[in-house]
Design a protein around this ligand. Structure first.
Ligand SMILES: [Zn+2]
Length: 280
């Protein structure tokens, strides 16, 4: 049998090391190659590009690692909507935890809108004293009580962690009963743009290589991961409109791919049950 076997981070099945056709498309060839689980379909890699190749690519893009808003000054509309919509469900001063908060734009917005918000950022580039560094791979958040947040928000983080399942379970433990967990990841394999490029034999020009993605979710595998969270009920999974920094043609195309549920990102909202052990 093949000695080079590893376990799928989602379902635990043994995955044989195999080069698949996506590697050339995503520039994840060689030692950074993508594996695909035959049991659950999850695509992932276990090794990242080296530091120097990352720095070159990042410089080309004019981005800083940990830049939450992809070079723009403000958070995007869909983040504002999450905060506003969930705030309506609660009384005064609901509590928000933003895990992977970059320089804290969402925290600022939430605090300006009546929340008590705080955040965590592995890269620790923020000067905001409400933000403190954490080990984002274990989601260990010193100084915070578990089950105490109305909303735990995690935006484009899960594609970077080596054990997404364990990370998610840790995140979920900070949501209070009746509170929400909102997670967004890129839809790099199944967005319409990605599928068209693959058909045309073009390379994917997304953030895959630049941002050291380990995990490549599709709506199906993301639903599988999020839906397995004990004590949570799915509110929705969707591929929303991105809506910033676009030309008119680009925005039109994105509207269309969102319409057919093949948008560029996958957004998942789930609510923690009020009675975890079914008593009452
Ligand atoms: Zn699997």
């Amino acid at each position: 049998m093949n000695e080079n076997t590893i376990d799928c981070p989602l379902c635990g099945s043994e995955v044989e090391t195999a080069i698949i056709v996506l590697n050339s498309f995503l520039s994840t060839e060689g030692e950074h190659e993508l594996k695909s689980c035959k049991s659950c379909g999850f695509a992932f890699r276990v090794q990242l590009p080296n530091q120097s190749s990352k720095d070159v690519d990042m410089n080309k893009l004019g981005l800083v690692y940990g830049d939450y808003t992809a070079g723009t000054d403000t958070i995007n509309e869909r983040m504002m909507k999450r905060v506003k919509n969930i705030a309506k469900l609660y009384g005064p001063e609901p509590r928000l935890l933003d895990v992977g908060c970059g320089s804290g734009q969402l925290i600022q917005f939430a605090n300006d809108n009546g929340w008590q918000a705080c955040g965590t950022e592995l890269n620790g580039q923020s000067t905001d004293e409400r933000i403190f560094p954490v080990d984002i791979c274990t989601a260990d958040l010193p100084g915070h009580s578990r089950a105490s947040f109305d909303l735990v928000h995690c935006h484009h983080v899960l594609e970077h962690v080596s054990d997404p399942k364990a990370f998610l379970i840790a995140l979920a433990s900070y949501v209070k009963p009746g509170g929400y967990l909102c997670v967004e990841v890129p839809n790099e394999l199944e967005s319409l743009a990605s599928q068209i490029k693959r058909l045309l034999g073009k390379k994917y020009n997304g953030a895959t290589a630049y941002f050291e993605h380990l995990n490549f979710f599709s709506p199906t595998t993301f639903q599988y991961l999020m839906g397995a969270l004990p004590g949570f009920d799915t509110t929705y999974l969707r591929t929303p409109f991105i809506g910033y920094g676009y030309s008119f043609a680009h925005a039109f195309f994105d509207r269309f791919q969102v319409l057919i549920s093949k948008g560029a990102v996958i957004e998942f909202l789930t609510q923690k049950e009020f009675e975890l052990d079914g008593e009452k």
